[in-house]
Design a protein around this ligand. Structure first.
Ligand code: PEP
Length: 252
């Protein structure tokens, strides 16, 4: 049985003081949860403070990106070893904003996924088609390629989380219908079966991301292959984020 995950991607938002206050509210609001995983992904600058804030709670910490080397002359970059040192257990890799604005390719995503795993971090690997690709009917080809290339050479998938985030739904208020999302999630699971076998594929958590709110998560989470959510905008306010968690916890 797969345990649900709700991860909040704060993107480039929140000062340290704001991040700590939000993390404290999420920690308090999830204190009585019996199952499920809640993950917060603040910017690098507040990782350590958030880590201290959520210490001794069921909330885990993720970074939003990492470099694929452990150390060296890579000005401005942050390594997986440093992330672990700050208390991270997870790292978001291949978010569509990284792909779009920082030109990350499937091959970069693959290097980062492998390095994260080697360093003991759990990657949340993001995949998803653009609006143009959906209109051209190449969603499966694009998502299939991103999953296969991103996981190339990965031997065990048990520490990998996949996030299906249609690019046209991210930050736009245009959420995928539950049928659209389920269709791609089950397709991803079929690919995982081909790559890693039945057992591993059915244990892998596949999250939906793209304009999730507490009002629309109910329908999505009712779908068989949707195991939780990666949330951007709605993770920036405790009420909204806790509302998503509550709706998922009631249904899964
Ligand atoms: C995201 O950035 O991963 C995301 C899903 O953003 P939003 O929820 O704002 O669409």
């Amino acid at each position: 049985m797969r345990t649900w995950i709700v991860a909040g991607n704060w993107k480039m938002n929140n000062t340290i003081a704001e991040a700590v206050a939000l993390a404290k509210a999420i920690k308090d609001g999830t204190a009585t949860l019996k199952r499920g995983e809640v993950i917060l992904a603040p910017p690098f600058t507040s990782l350590q403070s958030v880590s201290q804030t959520i210490n001794d709670s069921r909330v885990a910490l993720a970074a939003q990106n990492m470099h694929q080397e452990e150390k060296g002359a890579f000005t401005g970059e942050v390594s997986p070893v440093m992330l672990k040192d700050c208390g991270c257990t997870h790292v978001i890799i291949g978010h569509s904003e990284r792909r779009k604005y920082f030109h990350e390719k499937d091959a970069d995503v693959n290097l980062k996924v492998k390095k994260a795993l080697a360093c003991g971090l759990k990657p949340i690997m993001c995949v998803g088609e653009t609006e143009e690709e959906r209109e051209k009917n190449v969603t499966r080809a694009v998502v299939g390629r991103q999953v296969k290339e991103g996981l190339r050479g990965v031997e065990k998938i048990n520490n990998v989380v996949i996030a299906y985030e249609p690019v046209w739904a991210i930050g736009t208020g245009k959420v995928a219908t539950s049928a659209q999302a389920q269709e791609v999630h089950s397709f991803i699971r079929v690919i995982l079966k081909d790559l890693f076998g039945d057992g591993a594929a059915s244990n892998t958590r596949i999250l939906y991301g793209g304009s999730v709110t507490k009002d629309n998560i109910g329908e999505l989470i009712a779908m068989e292959d949707i195991d939780g959510a990666l949330v951007g905008g709605a993770s920036l306010k405790a009420d909204g984020f806790l509302g998503i968690i509550k709706n998922i916890a009631e249904k899964k």
